[in-house]
Design a protein around this ligand. Structure first.
Ligand code: ZN
Ligand code: FE
Length: 226
């Protein structure tokens, strides 16, 4: 029995009759538009993170966490400069576009920092808030790096790869800090104070170290990171 294909399928062999939507829609957004859009988003994100990191570091009671956050502040300032160089590689003026994700993550981080102020779980809360920001950056720069390569912009690809590497390293440092001390500290089992008195926040009453929160302790909302 012969197979009878519908007329539409048969006509596909005639390339002159293929849909020409791409040619017709001259306003259609391209990968370059998407790339520029996302670069503007991350330019805004990085500048917000530059403002937020000193506040996160100030809130931290673990000296190692403070140092890690301040070290990443220096890198983040570098990310702003590198993104300006990416704009330059595209002959574009550096311009930010509100990064709604970062706004939300920093607002949530500010809230949790205020809510857990004085708690043995504070450093664990700050690490978690910072890692949410890092994970968003890693996802964004991973895509941007791929797109820069697809667009044949090796200068931008190189810069984005450098930023991506630093975001991944910052995230790894935070994971290490959480596993080494902050998570135990949150449970009142921190043993990381043997080396240095200042290392973590063990200058708390024993009841607080065991996670028992005195009534009325720092309930105010901060939203202070944005
Ligand atoms: Zn960054
Ligand atoms: Fe970062």
């Amino acid at each position: 029995m012969a197979l009878i294909w519908p007329q539409a399928y048969c006509e596909r062999s005639d390339t002159t009759k293929l849909p020409t939507k791409i040619e017709q829609n001259t306003n259609m957004k391209t990968l370059k538009d998407l790339f520029l859009d996302e670069i503007a988003d991350m330019y805004d994100a990085e500048r917000r993170i530059v403002k937020a990191l000193p506040k996160l570091a100030k809130a931290a009671t673990c000296e190692k966490l403070k140092a890690a956050l301040l070290a990443h502040l220096k890198e983040t300032e570098g990310h702003v400069t590198k993104l300006e160089q990416v704009f330059q590689s595209l002959d574009q003026k550096a311009k930010g576009k509100t990064c709604k994700t970062t706004v939300a993550l920093l607002e949530e981080g500010g809230d949790i920092a205020a809510e857990f102020k004085g708690s043995p779980a504070l450093n664990a809360a700050l690490i978690s808030a910072a890692q949410k920001v890092e994970h968003h950056e890693i996802a964004s720069y991973g895509a941007l790096h791929e797109w820069a390569e697809l667009l044949g912009n090796s200068k931008a690809a190189g810069l984005l790869e450098e930023i991506l590497g630093e975001e991944k390293a910052a995230n790894a440092t935070l994971t290490e800090l959480a596993l080494k001390s902050s998570d135990k500290e949150a449970l009142g089992e921190c043993d990381c104070h043997n080396d240095s008195e200042k290392e973590c926040s063990d200058r708390q009453p024993a009841a607080v170290r065991r996670g028992i929160k005195p009534a009325g302790m720092n309930r105010k909302r901060a939203g202070a990171l944005v």
